[in-house]
Design a binder for this molecule. Structure first.
Ligand code: PLP
Length: 482
């Protein structure tokens, strides 16, 4: 028997433990070395397009040397966001502390739905740290979730149950309306649909430079009230996904407070400007007045996927929307069924992983100040890219306010040609294992877009990327009919 098959099978058929722990220990040490090599050399591993036959390569039942397969067949086909020149969409870069959290998390295999154990306490500690950073008062509560999409559902469901508590038994909600800027993230639309309101209930308020027009918001609310609707929630955006703009959260809080409407803030990445230096910190002023905030650790806190948070200002309201304990989940005064605040009472999931461990390891390993510096640096990098874009004769299509830079490579061409060229540049750079831009539409033009949520990016990466874009813009990608 080879070492590998020995480690896989063993003398006890059907055993789900290694036959020889010494062999497994050696494999794990080897694997850890491979993992560390990948992380140390992240710069050498941009995205590459996966081979066509990958599904059959991964076909179940092949066995073999698992360490070699993980190293050669799995790790190379990552999604690119660990590379310093990855700025597509808004994706976090992952941290060395995730390796520690992954190992310890796997060994403990905690189910954080409830009961009395350490992961429960750790999640409370992580939520309380975040609450303080967001400036929310004590008495708030929260629950770690997959991401902002799920956090939005939890937040708006809590709003709904505060507005009309009998909906927990009777359902309904046809007359409820939700307000957001017209470029709000589609997670809001999905949440409104999931809550049974139908997306016509989502009133899209015009924006100016990405900011919701507060006058138009007030008028729409008044109109809806006159028409017999019940305004449920205003959704402010702290960091829009297309151009990184921020609503005036204080102005929205004033409108919401005066009318007893729930204020929810989609702060998926932009909430973390709370840790940045000015001028960026002040973009999210007013976030502390929200009834709920949805945010991600896996984007601009760089923590490994997946980890988001629904933060709710009022613990009682949060609990009232979700708590339900059948007899088999009864809590006791002591023993494993003890413990305060079971997270299954604050969200959708009963069985839950220990997401807090990743955040805790990150903050304990590097310290809060390192995150503040990285977030501030990412904002400065977006500003640097904006300068370089302009000095290379290309054009911004929106002002850079936070960590996102959106531009077009050849402003001299027709809108249609610009769109085609920008798209081709994005694809070509990706296929050449160069910088990763994504695209978005601004004023009818498909533009190149870079979102900095990457702690590995250095200024020189931005200089070379803009040179690459400029070269492609000049070399006639268009003329080739590509
Ligand atoms: C990414 C994002 C979301 C969705 O968050 P997920 O973590 O992907 O579920 C919502 N809103 C904004 C502004 C985002 O950037």
């Amino acid at each position: 028997m080879t070492e590998q098959s020995n480690a896989r099978g063993g003398e006890c058929a059907g055993s789900l433990e290694p036959a020889d722990w010494q062999v497994f220990r050696k494999q794990m040490h080897d694997l850890l070395d491979h993992c560390l090599d990948r992380m140390v050399n992240a710069t050498e591993h941009p995205w590459q397009s996966p081979p066509d036959n990958l599904i059959s390569v991964y076909g179940i039942g092949r066995g073999g040397d698992l360490v070699a397969r993980l190293t050669e067949q799995v790790m190379p086909y990552h999604s690119g966001n660990t590379h310093p020149q990855f700025w597509g969409w808004v994706q976090g870069s992952g941290l060395p502390s995730d390796l520690m959290a992954g190992l310890v998390g796997a060994v403990m295999n905690a189910n954080v739905g409830g009961r009395d154990h350490g992961a429960n306490a750790m999640e409370h500690a992580v939520i309380d740290w975040t609450r303080r950073k967001m400036g929310m008062r004590p008495g708030a509560s929260g629950v770690l979730v997959t991401g902002t999409s799920q956090a939005t559902v939890i937040a708006l469901q809590t709003a709904k149950m505060r507005a009309v508590p009998e909906m927990r038994s009777k359902g309904g909600g046809a007359s409820l309306t939700v307000y957001a800027g017209d470029r709000v993230h589609n997670a809001i639309r999905k949440a409104v649909e999931l809550l049974g309101l139908g997306h016509n209930a989502l009133r899209l308020i015009p924006t100016d430079h990405g900011k919701m027009d507060v006058q138009a918001l007030v008028q729409q609310i008044a109109q809806d009230c006159a028409d017999g609707f019940l305004p449920l929630a205003i959704v402010g955006t702290a960091g829009s996904v297309d151009i990184g703009s921020f609503d005036d959260l204080n102005a929205l809080a004033d409108v919401a407070q005066a009318r007893n409407i729930w204020l929810h803030v989609d702060g998926a990445f932009g909430a973390w400007t709370r840790l940045a230096d000015d001028p960026w910190r002040s973009l999210s002023d007013g976030i502390e007045r929200a009834d709920s905030i949805a945010l991600d650790f896996h984007k601009w806190m760089y923590v490994g996927y997946d980890c988001g948070l629904a933060l709710i200002a009022n613990e009682a309201e949060h609990r009232a929307a979700f708590a339900v304990r059948p007899p088999y989940l009864e809590g006791f005064e002591a023993g494993l069924s003890g413990g305060e605040r079971w997270f299954c009472d604050y969200g959708i999931d009963l069985s839950r992983s220990n997401r807090a461990l990743k955040v805790w390891c990150a903050l304990e390993m590097f310290g809060e100040d390192a995150f503040a510096a990285a977030i501030t640096r990412n904002c400065a990098q977006a500003a640097l890219m904006a300068d370089l874009v302009q000095s290379h004769g290309m054009a911004l299509v929106a002002p850079v306010v936070s960590n996102i830079c959106v531009f077009t490579a050849r402003p001299d061409l027709s809108p249609q040609e610009q769109s085609s060229l920008n798209r081709q540049i994005a694809i070509k750079l990706q296929l050449d294992r160069g910088p990763v831009f994504s695209t978005t539409h601004v004023s009818g033009i498909t533009c190149l877009r870079a979102a900095f949520a990457n702690h590995r990016t250095r200024d020189h990466h931005i200089h070379t990327a803009i040179q690459n874009v400029k070269a492609l813009a000049e070399n006639g990608l268009l003329a080739n009919g590509e």
